[in-house]
Write a protein that binds this ligand. Structure first.
Ligand SMILES: CSC[C@@H](O)[C@@H](O)C(=O)COP(=O)(O)O
Length: 406
């Protein structure tokens, strides 16, 4: 067996005042979305891990801005925040008597969903949720005698999305953990690598790829998790690392450029990632850097597992070539945000203060695609809440339509 090389261990500890979730499988799961009827608060992920700041979302404009600026991010969480932002806005307007009849409420829902869909382009969950909610409200509008029935139907469906996502994630966690443990060669030393953030902060709770890691840990089958930094936005070092430390899961942070060296030096059983959109053939768009991890995993004979709810599957597209890839602002690449820490010998001025600093040469041009597409041929399995999708013997692609019975 290969010797374990000690790698940089996570240094910071999360604040102790964070809220905990009452969900059954872990009393310590973080939450990004706090919702009670008529009241929505979203954890501002731009200031994590240094600050815990919940911000109120009252209107669809608030919801749109929260998603676009990535205060909330992660495919399932984006969809749920959009749905709930409209739920609280719709209810408030209805209470003020803004909808004279059912048709007016349906029209407002339709326009609002159209607007919310313009917040971010790659993750399909937002579009899937918006289309389902619109269809439901249009149907209800046909028989409703007043706006109240339309509002009630919309709010109930949006709230159900929040509840269902947690349960779906727990099923993904269970199926994925069984699959990875089942195929691991060394069951006494199951190590996994993950990319970006796919945990409680990226979903309604629990997480997809990180949900599998939680499940492996909860069942005593995980030896160690590695998470990438995930440049340029650092969802790995800021958010996944935070969740792993918070939950007490044995974990080590690596920079993105260390993945090949890690897979050569450690007995990693699987690379596990989330998805923003899965095409009919299984090609998967996920956070930039996922594709190169899949190539590295293939080179080292390591399983490459995608974990996503079926709401991330877009059966309307044949392959990943049709997935729109969001390009984001240059400043995400040339700057980093953090808190001031004194270096040895340095005077500790303004220690702990949040700062954004320029790290690249001024004037350099930047390309900042937020996602890339991993071809199905490099993916070993796609884990959904309905089970594990595998390729047929000798085939290079998945049949997602057949798996979903469509
Ligand atoms: C369960 S979240 C799955 C993906 O959405 C996640 O891996 C990812 O790529 C998130 O990207 P982000 O740009 O942070 O929204």
């Amino acid at each position: 067996m290969r010797k374990n090389v000690p790698l940089l261990e996570l240094k910071y500890r999360p604040p102790t005042h964070l809220n905990t979730s009452p969900r059954t499988m872990s009393a310590r799961t973080l939450e990004a979305i706090r919702y009670t009827p008529d009241h929505l608060q979203v954890l501002n992920q731009l200031v994590l891990p240094h600050e815990t700041l919940f911000e109120r979302v009252e209107t669809i404009q608030d919801g749109h801005a929260t998603i676009k600026t990535m205060k909330v991010r992660g495919a399932p969480a984006i969809a749920i925040v959009a749905a709930l932002a409209l739920a609280v806005d719709l209810s408030a307007r209805h209470k003020k008597g803004e909808f004279p009849n059912a048709a007016a409420a349906v029209a407002f829902v339709s326009e609002s969903l159209q607007y919310l869909k313009t917040s971010r382009p790659t993750a399909v969950n937002l579009f899937d949720a918006a289309n389902k909610l619109l269809a439901l409200v249009q149907e209800r509008g046909k028989t409703a005698t007043g706006a109240q029935e339309v509002v009630d139907a919309y709010v109930a469906a949006a709230e159900k999305m929040l509840v269902d996502d947690v349960q779906d994630n727990k099923n993904i966690g269970r199926f994925g953990a069984e699959y990875i443990f089942g195929q691991a060669k060394n069951k006494d030393n199951v190590r996994v690598l993950t990319h970006c953030n796919t945990g409680s902060l990226a979903t309604a709770g629990w997480g997809t790829a990180l949900g599998i890691i939680r499940d492996l840990h909860a069942t005593g089958h995980l030896s160690h998790a590695y998470c990438t930094e995930t440049r340029p936005y650092n969802q790995g070092s800021r958010l996944t690392a935070y969740e792993l430390v918070y939950e007490g899961i044995p974990a080590t942070l690596v920079t993105d450029s260390m993945a090949s060296a890690l897979l050569r030096s450690q007995p990693v059983a699987a690379v596990i990632v989330g998805a923003d959109r899965v095409a009919r053939n299984g090609d998967t768009a996920n956070k930039i850097g996922t594709y190169q991890l899949a190539i590295v995993a293939r080179h080292h004979g390591v399983a490459f597992v995608v974990a996503a709810p079926s709401t991330s599957v877009d059966l309307s597209i044949a392959s990943g070539a049709e997935i729109p890839i969001e390009e984001r602002a240059e400043n995400e690449v040339v700057t980093v945000r953090g808190i001031v820490v004194p270096l040895p010998g340095e005077e500790a001025v303004r220690e702990g203060e949040a700062r954004t600093v320029q790290i690249a040469a001024k004037g350099i041009s930047v390309w900042n695609p937020s996602f890339d597409v991993t071809p199905a041929s490099l993916i070993s399995a796609i884990v959904t809440e309905r089970g594990v999708v595998l390729k047929k013997e000798g085939e290079d692609v998945f049949d997602m339509a057949a798996f979903l019975g469509k």
